[in-house]
Structure formats: C-alpha cells, structure tokens
Design a protein around this ligand. Structure first.
Ligand code: PEP
Length: 254
C-alpha cells in the first residue's frame, strides 16, 4: 500500500496482562512481526509492565506507548505518573483522551489539552483519541463533536508538535462492541478531521498528521480500513491482546 504517511498500528492493552503475560505477548509479537518495516508498531501495556516490556523490545521494530499520564510534571499527585517517568522506560507514545477515560474519569478536552502539552514538553508523542457516541452520530452531530474535541485538545499546540501528534478517530459506539465503522464512515470522518486540522493549523500539517482508526479492528477488516486514503493506521484494543491477531492486523495492513 503506497501512502505518503507511514502507517502506525498501536495496541492498547488497557488493564490487562501481568508482567509475565506481557512478556509472553511481546515475545510472540517480535517473532511474528520481525520483518515488518512498513508500519510503526506500538504496544501500550499497563504502567506495571512498561519496564520489563521496554527491555524485551530493545533492538526490535516494536515501540513502547503508555495509556495515560498526568498533566503535571511532578509533585503531590498521589497515584499519578508523570511524562518524565515514562521517558525513563523509553516510552515514545502516550494515549491521551481515550473514551474510557473521558467516560469513567470524566476527562475533559481542557485536561487532555494540558496532558498533550506536557507530553510534547517531554518529547513523548501523544495518540489523541477523539470520537462521537452513537446518540451524537444519530443526532447528526458527529462533525460538531469532532471539531469541538480537536479545537479543545489541540489548543496552543505549535505546528511542529501537531505534526508529531497522532490522532485516533474512535467512534465510541465501535469500541469493544464488535461493531466496526464501515470503511466509508471511517474515511469520511478522517477526511473531516484532516480538514479541521488544516483549518486550525495549515494544509501541510494536515497532510502530514497521521490519523488512526479505532473500534473493533480485526485482521478481517484491517485491509479494507487501511486502504482508505485518509486512514493511516489503527488503535486496537481487544485484538491486540493476542500476538497472532495483532500481528495479522499489522501484516494485513501492508
Ligand atoms: C480501544 O479501546 O481503543 C479500541 C479500539 O478497542 P477495540 O479494538 O476492542 O474496539
């Protein structure tokens, strides 16, 4: 597949995998994906497995991501993890604003914006999640919701940092439900997101920014989704928990 932007496929393991299970998974993934050069492959284990997974993927084509971080750099914030602490484990990416955090931890666009700026401040690349709920889509508000989330989360971001930000379009109704957006729905949303980025920044930035699709991606639908001109990768939940299924998504995307 010939795209101007390099595909990026990330696995969001959520609150799954002990250290031993995590090591098992990455060892399989390393084996399955060792010849893949066309895709940036990222795994996002829970915080507790970052250290060991980081060592296990040294000298491989797999990169490390975290699932969240604090907007603060240090201090009295019990239970929080700062960007600088992630850097100690050679973390390169961090998922921000996942719909589960928006829903359960009530994360707002303003908070996600602070985290995004803090991540860039530590040279971590954010994977910024945005997406509409089913009710919002059915009410014809998808574009309004996406534009509002983008404007709020990307506020004050220099254009260079925007280029290094990955956007994950994750329609909330497709996450963990087995209900994938159609390729056309994904392409339409991605095209719209790129247009909003062009408006907020400029055409060059919009052309360079990578936009992943997330929501029940599996090996069976990966190829069709990735063949869309504005789909530059995937953020994968459930199917990233098993080495074969995640590796098949990666290989089917090329
Ligand atoms: C996600 O949680 O980011 C996700 C896309 O999950 P799933 O692939 O399980 O729908």
């Amino acid at each position: 597949m010939d795209k101007e932007r390099k595909l990026i496929i990330a696995g969001n393991w959520k609150m799954n995998k002990t250290v031993a299970e995590a090591l098992d998974l990455v060892s399989g993934l390393k084996r399955e994906c060792k010849d893949v050069k066309e895709v940036d492959i990222v795994v996002c284990p829970p915080f507790t497995a970052l250290g060991e997974v980081s060592k296990a993927i040294l000298d491989s084509n797999i990169r490390l991501g975290a699932q969240n971080m604090s907007e603060h750099n240090y201090g009295a914030f019990t239970g929080e993890i700062a960007a600088g602490m992630l850097k100690e484990f050679s973390v390169r990416f961090v998922i921000l604003g996942h719909s589960e955090r928006r829903q359960y931890q009530k994360e707002s666009d303003a908070l996600i914006n602070k985290k995004l700026l803090a991540a860039h401040g530590a040279s971590l690349k954010p994977i910024l999640c945005i997406g509409e709920t089913l009710a919002e889509r059915e009410a014809g508000q998808m574009e309004k919701i996406l534009a509002t989330q983008l404007r709020g989360c990307l506020s004050g971001l220099p254009r260079q940092q925007m280029e290094e930000t990955v956007i994950a379009y994750e329609p909330v109704w497709a996450i963990g439900t087995g209900q994938t957006a159609s390729t056309q729905q994904a392409q339409d949303a991605h095209l719209y997101i790129r247009a909003v980025v062009a408006k907020l920044f400029d055409d060059t930035v919009a052309r360079r920014v990578r936009i992943q699709y997330g929501g029940s991606v599996k090996s069976a639908n990966a190829r069709d989704l990735m063949s869309q001109p504005d789909v530059d990768g995937a953020l994968v939940g459930g199917a990233s928990l098993e080495d074969r299924s995640f590796a098949d998504i990666v290989k089917n995307s090329i």
